[in-house]
Design a protein around this ligand. Structure first.
Ligand code: B12
Length: 211
Protein backbone atom coordinates (compact mmCIF):
# COMPACT_ATOMS: atom_id res chain seq x y z
CA UNK A 1 0.00 0.00 0.00
CA UNK A 2 2.78 2.44 0.99
CA UNK A 3 4.43 1.75 -2.35
CA UNK A 4 1.25 2.59 -4.25
CA UNK A 5 0.81 5.81 -2.26
CA UNK A 6 4.40 6.81 -2.95
CA UNK A 7 3.87 6.30 -6.68
CA UNK A 8 0.75 8.49 -6.64
CA UNK A 9 2.56 11.15 -4.59
CA UNK A 10 5.44 11.09 -7.04
CA UNK A 11 3.12 11.54 -10.08
CA UNK A 12 1.43 14.39 -8.22
CA UNK A 13 4.82 16.00 -7.60
CA UNK A 14 5.52 15.72 -11.33
CA UNK A 15 2.17 17.36 -12.10
CA UNK A 16 0.94 14.35 -14.11
CA UNK A 17 -2.78 15.11 -14.00
CA UNK A 18 -4.03 12.06 -15.93
CA UNK A 19 -1.79 9.58 -14.08
CA UNK A 20 -2.91 10.85 -10.68
CA UNK A 21 -6.61 10.59 -11.57
CA UNK A 22 -6.12 7.07 -12.98
CA UNK A 23 -3.99 5.85 -10.08
CA UNK A 24 -6.41 7.19 -7.48
CA UNK A 25 -9.26 5.41 -9.27
CA UNK A 26 -7.16 2.25 -9.42
CA UNK A 27 -6.41 2.49 -5.69
CA UNK A 28 -10.14 2.79 -5.00
CA UNK A 29 -10.89 -0.17 -7.28
CA UNK A 30 -8.48 -2.32 -5.30
CA UNK A 31 -10.39 -1.50 -2.13
CA UNK A 32 -8.31 1.25 -0.57
CA UNK A 33 -10.06 3.68 1.74
CA UNK A 34 -10.62 7.21 0.31
CA UNK A 35 -9.36 9.07 3.39
CA UNK A 36 -6.18 6.95 3.42
CA UNK A 37 -5.55 7.74 -0.25
CA UNK A 38 -6.10 11.42 0.52
CA UNK A 39 -3.71 11.51 3.48
CA UNK A 40 -1.16 8.91 2.41
CA UNK A 41 -0.82 9.85 -1.25
CA UNK A 42 -2.32 13.23 -2.22
CA UNK A 43 -1.66 15.34 0.88
CA UNK A 44 1.74 13.69 1.36
CA UNK A 45 2.67 14.58 -2.24
CA UNK A 46 1.37 18.12 -1.87
CA UNK A 47 3.29 18.62 1.39
CA UNK A 48 6.48 17.73 -0.44
CA UNK A 49 5.61 20.16 -3.24
CA UNK A 50 5.05 22.87 -0.59
CA UNK A 51 8.39 22.15 1.08
CA UNK A 52 10.32 22.21 -2.20
CA UNK A 53 8.56 25.38 -3.35
CA UNK A 54 9.52 27.11 -0.12
CA UNK A 55 13.13 26.09 -0.41
CA UNK A 56 13.36 27.17 -4.05
CA UNK A 57 13.60 23.70 -5.64
CA UNK A 58 10.26 24.15 -7.43
CA UNK A 59 8.85 27.26 -9.10
CA UNK A 60 5.36 28.64 -9.76
CA UNK A 61 4.59 26.67 -12.97
CA UNK A 62 5.55 23.32 -11.39
CA UNK A 63 3.46 24.08 -8.32
CA UNK A 64 0.49 24.99 -10.49
CA UNK A 65 0.73 21.66 -12.34
CA UNK A 66 1.08 19.74 -9.09
CA UNK A 67 -1.93 21.59 -7.67
CA UNK A 68 -3.93 20.65 -10.78
CA UNK A 69 -2.88 17.02 -10.41
CA UNK A 70 -3.99 17.22 -6.78
CA UNK A 71 -7.33 18.60 -7.90
CA UNK A 72 -7.72 15.75 -10.43
CA UNK A 73 -7.14 13.22 -7.65
CA UNK A 74 -9.51 15.09 -5.35
CA UNK A 75 -12.21 15.13 -8.04
CA UNK A 76 -12.15 11.32 -8.00
CA UNK A 77 -12.18 11.13 -4.20
CA UNK A 78 -14.49 13.99 -3.29
CA UNK A 79 -17.88 12.25 -3.77
CA UNK A 80 -16.66 9.31 -1.68
CA UNK A 81 -15.18 11.54 1.00
CA UNK A 82 -18.49 13.42 1.18
CA UNK A 83 -20.30 10.07 1.53
CA UNK A 84 -18.05 9.04 4.39
CA UNK A 85 -18.61 12.55 5.81
CA UNK A 86 -14.94 13.19 6.28
CA UNK A 87 -14.52 16.71 7.63
CA UNK A 88 -12.42 19.14 5.60
CA UNK A 89 -9.62 21.01 7.38
CA UNK A 90 -11.75 24.14 7.34
CA UNK A 91 -13.16 26.76 5.01
CA UNK A 92 -11.15 29.68 3.58
CA UNK A 93 -12.25 32.53 1.38
CA UNK A 94 -9.63 34.44 -0.58
CA UNK A 95 -9.63 37.61 -2.61
CA UNK A 96 -7.51 40.43 -3.99
CA UNK A 97 -8.42 43.82 -2.50
CA UNK A 98 -10.01 46.84 -4.16
CA UNK A 99 -8.12 48.39 -7.07
CA UNK A 100 -5.82 45.40 -7.54
CA UNK A 101 -6.08 43.09 -10.53
CA UNK A 102 -3.18 40.73 -9.78
CA UNK A 103 -4.43 37.20 -9.28
CA UNK A 104 -1.69 34.67 -10.05
CA UNK A 105 -0.40 34.36 -6.47
CA UNK A 106 -3.93 34.24 -5.07
CA UNK A 107 -4.85 31.45 -7.49
CA UNK A 108 -1.80 29.55 -6.37
CA UNK A 109 -2.65 29.99 -2.68
CA UNK A 110 -6.25 28.91 -3.39
CA UNK A 111 -5.06 25.78 -5.18
CA UNK A 112 -2.57 24.95 -2.45
CA UNK A 113 -5.22 25.37 0.25
CA UNK A 114 -7.56 23.17 -1.75
CA UNK A 115 -4.75 20.65 -2.05
CA UNK A 116 -4.12 20.96 1.69
CA UNK A 117 -7.61 19.69 2.48
CA UNK A 118 -9.36 23.04 2.92
CA UNK A 119 -12.51 24.14 1.20
CA UNK A 120 -11.01 27.17 -0.54
CA UNK A 121 -13.34 29.69 -2.16
CA UNK A 122 -11.85 32.19 -4.59
CA UNK A 123 -13.74 35.51 -4.43
CA UNK A 124 -11.79 37.08 -7.29
CA UNK A 125 -10.02 40.43 -7.69
CA UNK A 126 -10.68 44.15 -7.16
CA UNK A 127 -12.94 43.49 -4.18
CA UNK A 128 -14.58 46.25 -2.16
CA UNK A 129 -14.53 45.73 1.63
CA UNK A 130 -18.28 45.06 1.39
CA UNK A 131 -17.59 42.08 -0.92
CA UNK A 132 -15.54 40.44 1.84
CA UNK A 133 -18.29 41.22 4.37
CA UNK A 134 -20.95 39.68 2.11
CA UNK A 135 -18.78 36.62 1.46
CA UNK A 136 -18.19 36.05 5.19
CA UNK A 137 -21.97 36.22 5.77
CA UNK A 138 -22.62 33.84 2.88
CA UNK A 139 -19.86 31.25 3.35
CA UNK A 140 -19.13 31.52 7.10
CA UNK A 141 -15.45 30.69 6.61
CA UNK A 142 -12.86 29.94 9.28
CA UNK A 143 -10.21 32.00 7.49
CA UNK A 144 -10.33 35.11 5.31
CA UNK A 145 -7.32 35.53 3.00
CA UNK A 146 -6.63 38.99 1.60
CA UNK A 147 -4.01 39.82 -0.90
CA UNK A 148 -2.55 42.97 -2.50
CA UNK A 149 0.38 43.29 -4.87
CA UNK A 150 0.60 47.05 -5.13
CA UNK A 151 1.78 49.52 -2.50
CA UNK A 152 -1.22 51.64 -3.50
CA UNK A 153 -3.75 48.86 -2.89
CA UNK A 154 -2.37 47.33 0.31
CA UNK A 155 -3.96 50.36 1.98
CA UNK A 156 -7.37 48.79 1.33
CA UNK A 157 -6.67 45.90 3.67
CA UNK A 158 -7.25 47.79 6.91
CA UNK A 159 -10.61 49.28 5.77
CA UNK A 160 -11.66 45.72 4.87
CA UNK A 161 -10.86 44.54 8.38
CA UNK A 162 -12.71 47.55 9.79
CA UNK A 163 -15.72 46.74 7.61
CA UNK A 164 -15.75 43.22 9.09
CA UNK A 165 -15.55 44.74 12.57
CA UNK A 166 -18.43 47.12 11.85
CA UNK A 167 -20.52 44.21 10.58
CA UNK A 168 -19.82 42.32 13.83
CA UNK A 169 -18.04 39.56 11.94
CA UNK A 170 -14.39 40.17 12.81
CA UNK A 171 -14.29 37.75 15.74
CA UNK A 172 -15.89 34.92 13.77
CA UNK A 173 -12.90 34.61 11.39
CA UNK A 174 -9.12 34.57 11.32
CA UNK A 175 -7.57 36.93 8.81
CA UNK A 176 -4.37 36.18 6.95
CA UNK A 177 -2.80 38.48 4.41
CA UNK A 178 -0.21 38.14 1.67
CA UNK A 179 1.29 39.66 -1.46
CA UNK A 180 4.71 41.04 -2.29
CA UNK A 181 4.56 44.48 -0.56
CA UNK A 182 2.95 43.11 2.61
CA UNK A 183 4.93 42.13 5.72
CA UNK A 184 4.37 40.53 9.12
CA UNK A 185 4.74 43.98 10.74
CA UNK A 186 2.11 45.40 8.43
CA UNK A 187 -0.23 42.53 9.32
CA UNK A 188 0.16 43.35 13.00
CA UNK A 189 -0.31 47.06 12.36
CA UNK A 190 -3.66 46.63 10.57
CA UNK A 191 -5.01 44.00 12.97
CA UNK A 192 -4.72 40.89 10.77
CA UNK A 193 -4.01 37.57 12.50
CA UNK A 194 -1.23 36.34 10.24
CA UNK A 195 0.97 37.00 7.24
CA UNK A 196 2.39 34.41 4.85
CA UNK A 197 5.15 35.16 2.35
CA UNK A 198 4.29 32.21 0.09
CA UNK A 199 1.60 29.68 -0.70
CA UNK A 200 3.13 26.80 1.27
CA UNK A 201 3.36 28.94 4.41
CA UNK A 202 -0.22 30.10 3.82
CA UNK A 203 -1.38 26.47 4.07
CA UNK A 204 0.66 25.89 7.24
CA UNK A 205 -0.76 29.07 8.77
CA UNK A 206 -4.32 28.18 7.83
CA UNK A 207 -3.80 24.86 9.61
CA UNK A 208 -2.51 26.63 12.72
CA UNK A 209 -5.31 29.20 12.65
CA UNK A 210 -8.00 26.51 12.40
CA UNK A 211 -6.42 24.03 14.85
C1 B12 B 1 2.04 39.63 -13.62
C2 B12 B 1 2.06 41.07 -13.18
C3 B12 B 1 1.05 41.91 -13.64
C4 B12 B 1 -0.10 41.41 -14.49
C5 B12 B 1 -1.14 40.72 -13.58
C6 B12 B 1 -1.77 39.51 -14.24
C7 B12 B 1 -2.55 38.67 -13.26
N1 B12 B 1 -3.54 38.01 -13.81
O1 B12 B 1 -2.27 38.62 -12.08
C8 B12 B 1 -0.64 42.76 -15.12
C9 B12 B 1 0.06 42.99 -16.44
C10 B12 B 1 -2.15 42.84 -15.32
C11 B12 B 1 -0.10 43.77 -14.10
C12 B12 B 1 -0.62 45.03 -13.99
C13 B12 B 1 -0.06 46.01 -13.19
N2 B12 B 1 1.06 45.91 -12.45
CO1 B12 B 1 1.95 44.22 -12.11
N3 B12 B 1 3.14 42.79 -11.92
C14 B12 B 1 3.09 41.55 -12.31
C15 B12 B 1 4.39 40.81 -11.86
C16 B12 B 1 5.32 40.75 -13.06
C17 B12 B 1 4.23 39.40 -11.33
C18 B12 B 1 3.21 39.23 -10.20
C19 B12 B 1 3.00 37.75 -9.94
O2 B12 B 1 2.01 37.19 -10.40
N4 B12 B 1 3.94 37.10 -9.25
C20 B12 B 1 3.93 35.65 -9.02
C21 B12 B 1 3.09 35.30 -7.78
C22 B12 B 1 3.08 33.78 -7.59
O3 B12 B 1 3.72 35.87 -6.65
P1 B12 B 1 2.91 36.68 -5.56
O4 B12 B 1 1.77 37.38 -6.20
O5 B12 B 1 3.83 37.49 -4.73
O6 B12 B 1 2.25 35.55 -4.65
C23 B12 B 1 2.97 34.78 -3.69
C24 B12 B 1 3.00 35.43 -2.30
O7 B12 B 1 2.87 36.83 -2.32
C25 B12 B 1 1.91 34.72 -1.53
N5 B12 B 1 0.53 35.22 -1.62
C26 B12 B 1 -0.10 35.70 -2.70
N6 B12 B 1 -1.37 35.94 -2.44
C27 B12 B 1 -1.58 35.63 -1.15
C28 B12 B 1 -2.74 35.69 -0.40
C29 B12 B 1 -2.71 35.29 0.94
C30 B12 B 1 -3.96 35.37 1.75
C31 B12 B 1 -1.50 34.83 1.49
C32 B12 B 1 -1.47 34.46 2.92
C33 B12 B 1 -0.32 34.74 0.71
C34 B12 B 1 -0.38 35.15 -0.61
O8 B12 B 1 1.90 33.42 -2.09
C35 B12 B 1 2.17 33.51 -3.50
C36 B12 B 1 2.87 32.26 -3.94
O9 B12 B 1 3.97 31.94 -3.17
C37 B12 B 1 4.92 41.77 -10.74
C38 B12 B 1 6.44 41.79 -10.57
C39 B12 B 1 6.95 40.71 -9.70
N7 B12 B 1 8.06 40.14 -10.11
O10 B12 B 1 6.35 40.37 -8.70
C40 B12 B 1 4.37 43.13 -11.21
C41 B12 B 1 4.08 44.22 -10.19
C42 B12 B 1 3.37 43.64 -8.98
N8 B12 B 1 3.15 45.08 -10.90
C43 B12 B 1 3.35 46.34 -10.66
C44 B12 B 1 2.61 47.40 -11.22
C45 B12 B 1 3.08 48.80 -10.91
C46 B12 B 1 1.49 47.15 -12.04
C47 B12 B 1 0.59 48.19 -12.70
C48 B12 B 1 0.24 49.40 -11.84
C49 B12 B 1 1.29 48.61 -14.01
C50 B12 B 1 0.63 49.73 -14.76
N9 B12 B 1 1.31 50.86 -14.72
O11 B12 B 1 -0.43 49.57 -15.30
C51 B12 B 1 -0.65 47.39 -13.09
C52 B12 B 1 -1.72 47.43 -11.98
C53 B12 B 1 -3.01 46.77 -12.37
C54 B12 B 1 -3.87 46.68 -11.15
N10 B12 B 1 -4.76 47.65 -10.96
O12 B12 B 1 -3.76 45.73 -10.40
C55 B12 B 1 4.50 46.56 -9.67
C56 B12 B 1 4.03 46.94 -8.27
C57 B12 B 1 4.89 48.01 -7.66
C58 B12 B 1 4.38 48.42 -6.33
N11 B12 B 1 5.27 48.46 -5.40
O13 B12 B 1 3.24 48.70 -6.13
C59 B12 B 1 5.28 45.20 -9.79
C60 B12 B 1 6.02 44.80 -8.51
C61 B12 B 1 6.25 45.36 -10.98
C62 B12 B 1 7.34 46.40 -10.73
N12 B12 B 1 8.51 45.97 -10.29
O14 B12 B 1 7.11 47.55 -10.92
N13 B12 B 1 0.92 43.26 -13.40
Amino acid sequence: MADKFERIASKLYQGDIEAVAEMVQDALDTGMVPSEILNGALLAGMDEVGRDFKSGVLFVPEVMFAARAMKAGMDVLRPLLAESDMASSGKCILGTVKGDLHDIGKNLVTMMLDGGGFEAIDLGIDLEPSAFVDAVREHQPDVVGMRALLTTTMTHMQPTIEALEEAGLRDSVKIMIGGAPVTADFAKQIGADAYAPDAATAVELARELTA
